[in-house]
Design a binder for this molecule. Structure first.
Ligand code: MN
Length: 478
């Protein structure tokens, strides 16, 4: 195998980062605006610590997205500089003020000319985004990563913040497709390893390596599904029993995956891999995992994926600030964050029961759907839709579409079983097209996508979505 390279951004990017770093050093005060998800919260923590170390007064503000009011607020902010993390690139040309730094990885605003600031430095706006350097913003670098590169340009001593960018990248699923971090994320991972904050290992990539009891760890590892293991508690117990692996330690405490000895892990992993023939699924199941050895074992802070999940649950319950405190090492924040996490689990369980007990699911020929109204938070309705596709009382062969009320319209979340994406279905395209046809906006990934549409357009949207799904599936059948 070829030697591992960890190639970071080249000279052009580093030059732009140095310009932005100079602007930060010269600013009187800074307003930081960041996204509410795990990547955004990690990014905010990187920015906050960087400014703290520079001795700059700053204020931190979290947003779900950039709405027109957000643009107005940014343009009129009295702060000398506004630093926008994990958001902002798509709105670059709308920022009319002096002094904006964007460290983002979403697709940039085409109206904003690449190299604009480099050439016309007078307007004092800076954008660090992997797309501008022909890098893939969904796999090669995340918002926290771009924020980290700026932090490192400010002071190489900020290398100890790389671990936060690893959490952000994993939180944004940048490691999912390959089962490992790639591209610029690799350079960030190396910094985090060199700082002693991350240990990268090969292993089973299911969720909950530090906190889930063994049976649950195997049983609920939803992606990829393994026959006789996923959703099959007896099957999991049989497998572990066959290898003489005990579920509890000598003190009677539930063992978690990371409590297992290396040879125990290896036999279980081999058994699971033996039941998968698809190469992509094998990569998803077995690949790199990122351990955070400086955090206490058996907590959600010990593993990058679990850490990111805690941050996401903070964001979903309007408590991103607690997540940022957690990132910055405030141990007291863990309790509050775990309350968010517990509330999250209760909400999800409650929402699943609600959909079942109220018989909300309606089937059409090519899709099934439900309208949660205001009974399920728009920030969790997508998760609920995805979990329903695994429930034994719901059809597993139809795309699920869910509606929920949001501040700015009707939030649509769609999830589809792999069997349909394997047949050519691309939900992102379905959501985008149908939402635009009813005056909304949509997009996402092939298996999980979403949209926001105007109230009252649900029926029209469903009819369009059904046609589009049928057409996509039909087109690949003929
Ligand atoms: Mn992000």
């Amino acid at each position: 195998m070829a030697a591992e390279t960890a190639e970071g951004p080249g000279p052009g990017f580093r030059q732009e980062a140095q310009r932005a770093a100079a602007a930060l050093r010269n600013a009187r005060d800074v307003l930081v605006i960041s996204h509410i998800d795990a990547d955004g919260i990690s990014a905010a923590a990187v920015a906050a610590r960087t400014l703290e170390r520079l001795g700059k007064p700053f204020k931190l503000d979290f947003e779900k997205k950039i709405a027109p009011e957000t643009v107005a607020m940014i343009n009129s902010s009295p702060a000398a500089l506004v630093w926008i993390c994990d958001l902002g690139s798509a709105y670059m040309s709308q920022f009319t003020r002096q002094g904006v730094i964007v460290t983002d990885h979403h697709v940039p605003d085409p109206a904003w000319r690449k190299g604009q600031t480099a050439l016309d430095g007078f307007d004092g706006s800076y954008q660090l985004n992997p797309h501008l350097w022909d890098r893939d913003g969904t796999t090669e670098a995340c918002g926290a990563g771009m924020t980290y590169f700026l932090a490192k340009a400010v002071d190489p001593g900020n290398r100890d913040l790389a671990v936060l960018a690893v959490i952000g990248a994993v939180g944004d699923f940048q490691d999912s497709a390959e089962g490992r971090l790639i591209g610029w994320n690799r350079a960030i991972l190396k910094d985090a390893e060199d700082s002693g904050d991350v240990v990268c290992r090969q292993g089973l990539r299911y969720f909950g390596r530090e906190t889930r009891p063994l049976l649950s760890y195997l049983q609920y590892g939803s992606e990829p599904r393994v026959e006789g293991i996923t959703d099959d508690r007896d099957g999991c117990a049989d497998l572990l029993g066959r290898f003489g692996i005990t579920l509890r330690d000598a003190a009677g405490r539930n063992r978690v995956w990371n409590d297992l000895a290396e040879d125990e892990k290896a036999v279980v992993a081999d058994a699971l891999l033996g039941r998968l023939s698809n190469e992509r699924e094998r990569r998803q199941l077995f690949g790199e995992v990122y351990c955070l050895p400086n955090n206490p074992p058996h907590t959600g802070l010990r593993d990058a994926k679990e850490f990111a999940t805690i941050l996401n649950s903070c964001g979903r319950y309007d408590d991103a600030a607690t997540g940022a405190r957690l990132c910055l090492g405030d141990a007291g924040a863990l309790k509050e964050a775990e309350q968010n996490r517990a509330e999250h689990r209760r909400n999800i369980a409650g929402a699943l029961n609600y959909v079942r007990d109220k018989h909300l699911i309606r089937e059409r020929r090519y899709i099934q759907w439900f309208d949660a109204g205001d009974a399920i938070r728009e920030t969790v309705v997508g998760i609920v839709a995805g979990m329903l596709l695994n429930a034994d009382w719901v059809r597993h062969d139809l795309t699920m579409i869910a509606f929920a009320q949001a501040d700015d319209g009707i939030k649509v979340s769609a999830r589809t079983p792999r069997s349909l994406t394997d047949r050519g279905l691309d939900l992102a395209a379905v959501m985008k097209k149908c939402a635009e046809d009813v005056g909304g906006l949509g997009g996402g990934h092939s298996v999980a996508a979403g949209a926001t549409i105007p109230p009252g357009k649900e029926e029209t949207f469903l009819a369009l979505a059904e046609d589009e799904v049928a057409q996509q599936l039909g087109a690949s059948v003929h």
